[in-house]
Design a protein around this ligand. Sequence first.
Ligand SMILES: [Cu+2]
Length: 562
Amino acid sequence: MGMRKKVFCVSISFSDKTDSTMTGNDVSRALTTRRTFLKRGGMSLALLSVPQMGRHRQVVMAKPVLDPNSLTPFVDPLPIPPVARPNDFRPSPDGGKQKAPYYRLAMRQVQSKVHRDMKPTMQWAVDSTVPGPTLETQSGQGMFVEWANELPKAHFLPIDHSLHGAEAEKPDVRSVIHMHGARVPAAADGYPEDWYVPGKSAMYLYPNMQDAAMLWYHDHTLGLNRLNVYAGLLGLFIVRDSFESGLNLPGGKYEVPLVLYDRFFDQNSQLYYPVSPVAGKPWIPELFGNAILANGKLLPYLEVEPRKYRFRVLNGANGRFFHLSMSSGQTFQQIGTDQGLLSAPVTVKICSLAPGERADLIVDFGDHSGEQIILKNDMLLPVMQFRVAKGKVNDESSVPSTLRPVHKIAESEAVKTRSLMLGEITDLHGDSVTMLLNNAHWSMPVTENPTLDSVEIWELINVTDDAHPIHLHMVKFQILDRRRFDAFAYQNENNLLRYRGNPMPPEPSEAGWKDTVRADPGMITRIIVKFEGYVGRYVWHCHILEHEDNEMMRPYDVIAKS
Ligand SMILES: [Cu+2]
């Protein structure tokens, strides 16, 4: 017989030390230590919202993975994704005099280095970088983007053909790009079934009738989304407006986008995506890579001046929640969230971001001249380093004490309240088999059908052990509250609602316009949404991409007023 393939089994837990050298006992110890730490620290779980608490799943690491601790940290400068330049200007379809910029952005396979001491990594880029080029526009300035699929015909990550939408008869390589957070007509939203194969493209018009905010684009292909995004198909989209520009916030080179995500690399510097131990069904319920990348680099550094900076941070990970802090102990001033500016800056010591969420942060290096400061995740692990120059500089930027007023939507405006259960189906071992929204599969008839311009309250009733970041396409919303409830009674006593606590308002850093909300385990999270924009078919889903790919996504229809 040939060589026996070495198989490494690790539990994908919330431990950041998950790697091929970790045994089950090590993982248990790590879990215990962290739980004890959490308890002793008196830290609220809502703050940390570690989604992986108590989970202990077998995931096969078919090969040893690279340990980022074995690399010299902070040897590569932080790359800034290039700003996309229009190829052309085209007549606007609304017949207006103003022409709209046209961009052609192609998805391609590239080789690029994520660290000085690693070999080039094969990735799928938009244009030629991962993250792809940043699109920028002014609010109200529409644009055309032609998303072209120029990928190879073979996928390099483990497709699970048993998942709905990823059947073996479908082509392996398919893509469709969604603009997360954009108010767009349904035809340009990147519906998960609107995928196309290499050699094809889709032309989308984005009207951009919305306030300044940092949005992002990423693949959304039904059943493949987690793999295509992991491969590299994501990038930023910044909408600006005159209100925000009038605020004198740090700008130009002092405004730095920061796309964060985690990956595994094999010993050959190639992306590695773990699989389940079940033959023919490689899907895993969550992925927490041991390597955290910032703008596509592993452990980069950024040279900064001793002054204020604005960081536009995206959690672009498949499933990891980030809890960012600075080794200097300094705080962040959070000025914005998913859909733009907060009503006033909020001081945060730890910036928590679920997958899909964004934070707009002001960091003042003014009192730290000459220092080297580490941006850390989960209070332990380095993400990147800031090298603050010596001396003093004249910083003319400012952070006003009030930003953009956030008009609160009154509950009385809601014409409907929908109770929507976030559920999970497990096998006899307690391992996840599929995740469902309101017990419905993707292919079942639409059940959420709000009327255009109406206001609704959606109650996200989470009976699972995980936090699920829930994202609604096309709209922005506000978080009303979160409330602990008896999930057992709800499931076993015919949806009996027994509350276990008082409603808790959103954290101040979430009390603005959102498009993605953390629905914590054992909690009912209520959001209030005005369905402004366009009539048509959209989707709402969990932004843990492994969940989304396994049924935790539903179509919804915005219907015309009668
Ligand atoms: Cu989920």
